[in-house]
Unconditional design. Structure first.
Length: 57
């Protein structure tokens, strides 16, 4: 889990890299599905919670 707080809107890029034996599944933002791409660019406009979801490969 990654918690990000900004004071003005800002675009940020995040990349998820799975450990050996795991695969990346998706990103969620504030509990909602965001993307199935391992690298995402997100415009952060408020406090938000990004979670990279992994599963066993």
């Amino acid at each position: 889990m990654l918690q990000v707080t900004v004071y003005e809107p800002e675009k940020m890029t995040f990349a998820a890299t799975p450990d050996e034996g795991y695969k990346f599944v998706k990103w969620t933002q504030d509990g909602e599905d965001l993307s199935e791409d391992a690298e995402v660019e997100v415009e952060i406009t408020r406090s938000t919670e990004l979670v990279a979801i992994f599963d066993v490969a």
